[in-house]
Design a protein around this ligand. Structure first.
Ligand SMILES: [Zn+2]
Length: 253
């Protein structure tokens, strides 16, 4: 049952969404597994659907990252939906929900890991998830959605040398363009980690935008290679997330 605190679009959120283009940052659409380190990176299909229904009811329609060029306040009430990592559960659970509510989305893929697993999370002790393979990505595109690059191997880009930096940023773009025959225009920094050298490499590689994990909406003043995103949680969910973090710390997790 949804209590008022579960509503995603609080009045303060609605005021924020009127100031610029909101880019929502989703990861997984599935019930969170018991052992996951961060259950708040999972939206159950019911929760995802209820958020899209709220957005629809409030008059928001689907935008793309290209709309950021024209983000003048948010008079046209656009919203951009992004997914990081390319998890198969998004393909399995979110496609029908997106279609039902007439939203499109962009999936940021890790180009060396198509059809494999999220080894970068597993290395930290998190749950293993299957990632979309090439044929699923083709279906995703055929359904009217977009893809972007989230590097080749999901490293922290501030910690790699110049050769690997080039491979992660330019190499992943070329590999996705070759595999799917479309232009890849949008990039997303793994772990939200970047610095001026990383940003310059993304721009030099020919991308149009790059998404961070910094919170906020986007205006014409927002740097194109440091776009802000909104974590789609209600006030109640933010409190639950903070409590979860404290419990993990206390138990030494
Ligand atoms: Zn990621």
């Amino acid at each position: 049952m949804i209590t008022p605190s579960d509503f995603f679009l609080s009045s303060s959120q609605q005021r924020l969404f009127a100031l610029g283009l909101p880019v929502l940052m989703y990861h997984k659409v599935a019930q969170p597994p018991a052992r996951t380190l961060d259950p708040f990176l999972y939206h159950s299909p019911e929760r995802f659907a209820s958020q899209l229904a709220e957005l629809r009811q409030a008059g928001f329609t689907s935008g793309t990252l290209a709309d950021v060029e024209r983000a003048n306040g948010n008079v046209s009430k656009k919203i951009v939906i992004t997914f990081d990592d390319g998890c198969e559960n998004v393909f399995r659970n979110a496609l029908e929900i997106l279609a039902r509510h007439q939203f499109s989305a962009i999936q940021f893929l890790v180009s060396d890991f198509l059809g494999r697993r999220n080894e970068w999370d597993v290395a930290k002790g998190d749950v293993s998830e299957r990632l979309m393979d090439a044929s699923q990505i083709k279906e995703w595109l055929a359904a009217g959605h977009e893809i972007g690059s989230h590097t080749a191997t999901h490293p922290n880009l501030r910690k790699v040398g110049p050769d690997q930096l080039r491979e992660e940023i330019s190499g992943s773009r070329k590999s996705l363009e070759d595999a799917f025959g479309i232009s890849i225009r949008h990039f997303c920094y793994p772990f939200g980690s970047w610095n001026p050298a990383v940003r310059d490499a993304v721009e030099a590689a020919g991308y149009s935008t790059a998404c961070t994990t910094q919170s906020g909406v986007n205006t014409q003043a927002t740097p194109r290679f440091a776009l802000h995103r909104i974590t789609p949680l209600s006030g109640g969910e933010w409190l639950a997330k903070a409590a979860h973090r404290i419990r993990r710390k206390l138990s030494g997790g």
